[in-house]
Design a protein around this ligand. Structure first.
Ligand code: SAM
Ligand code: SF4
Length: 327
């Protein structure tokens, strides 16, 4: 096993796998309301192909964590079967989901070996939730959070994207919700990965502003530095849990990035904002050996750039939306 080190000296050990581009929601900051063509079934990597790439990453390069995402990962049939296959690799196995199907799936996913789950929720107000996701599904998502807790996932985290003028008045409500439920809410800054390409700096609610609003009501203190984890975590001074911020725009953490991504159709990406990708599926389907897969991954990681340049004139928004890349 040889660690995979990129040109900036960062060791890559975290694989994010988008297992489908499909999603029943249409979050305004992620997907277009209509017009998205789903990939044909045979273009998606099979469970065997996904597991093979993951196995090469673990065996050859010592990857320590895998996160399933999408699109909506629970939209993929027989998901617990994939989780069982990946669990056998012995890594930290997590999933990011919209949560609306967790009542049906949580127990099976836990039994199959999923370690951790993040559930996305952007408003606690039903009408606003509907406007943001274009689906009337807040009760199902809240029930999904309960189901994840009942199934024994620990910790359960809630991902919340605050958008200026849309839901930026809900930071304290979410903090109260997290404290009450025993979940860690993580506020993610809105990034220029929306399908409609309407993102501007003015839409971003800086993490510092979110933390100040929460601290004024529920005093916070910093938890030790976060290493390569994207979230910076704070603890409530009264001991009632933690809250996180992912300040991708205002305080980029690219210098600590240890992540690479695989899209649903098997394109290997070295950055969320990469404009180039490598066709790993072609290697898999053209009869490539594990050595070929490993060499392709090594070559791609050799091009991993220092970081995104949001806010600079050189920044180019990827043509794919977050739902097609995998958040
Ligand atoms: N469907 C699943 C879900 O919503 O959790 C997994 C895929 S989704 C693309 C992964 C995460 O990306 C979600 O937490 C979502 O809120 C976040 N996300 C999507 N578009 C984003 C954007 N433009 N900026 C910041 N976060 C975004
Ligand atoms: Fe679907 Fe997740 Fe994108 Fe919302 S954020 S549209 S749930 S992929």
């Amino acid at each position: 096993m040889t660690p995979l080190v990129d040109p900036q000296g960062r060791t890559v050990r975290d694989l994010r796998i988008s297992i489908t581009d499909r999603c029943p929601f249409r979050c305004t900051y992620c997907m277009p309301e209509e017009g998205l063509q789903w990939l044909p079934r045979d273009e998606l990597l099979s469970f065997e192909e996904l597991t093979r790439v993951a196995r090469v990453c673990v065996e050859r390069f010592g990857f320590t964590s895998i996160r399933l995402t999408g699109g909506e990962p629970t939209a993929r049939a027989h998901l617990p079967v994939l989780v069982e296959q990946l669990y056998a690799l012995g890594v930290d196995l997590a999933m990011t989901t919209y949560g609306a199907t967790m009542r049906l799936l949580a127990q099976d996913l836990k039994r199959a070996g999923l370690d951790r789950v993040n559930i996305s929720c952007d408003s606690l107000r039903p009408e606003r939730f509907h406007a943001m996701t274009r689906r009337d599904a807040l009760p199902a998502v809240l029930d999904g959070i309960d189901a994840a807790l009942e199934a024994g996932f620990s910790p359960v985290k809630v991902n919340t994207v605050l958008v200026r003028g849309v839901n930026d008045d809900e930071a304290v409500d979410f903090a109260a919700f997290g404290r009450d439920k025993g979940v860690e809410v993580r506020f993610i800054e809105f990034m220029p990965l929306d399908a409609d390409h309407k993102w501007t700096h003015e839409h971003v609610v800086p993490a510092a502003e979110t933390l100040a609003a929460i601290d004024a009501v529920f005093p916070l203190e910093a938890v030790a530095p976060h290493g390569s984890a994207p979230a910076t975590t704070y603890r409530y001074k009264d001991g009632t849990g933690t809250v996180g911020v992912i300040a991708s725009v205002t305080q980029p953490f690219c210098g600590d990035c240890d992540r690479v991504r695989l899209t649903a159709e098997g394109r290997f990406r070295t950055c969320l904002f990469a404009t180039d990708e490598t066709d790993l599926r072609a290697v898999l389907r053209d009869g490539g050996s594990d050595d070929d897969v490993a060499a392709t991954i090594t070559a791609a990681v050799g091009t991993k750039w220092a970081g995104h340049q949001i806010g600079q004139v050189t920044f180019i928004q990827p043509s794919r939306s977050m739902s097609q890349i995998g958040g």
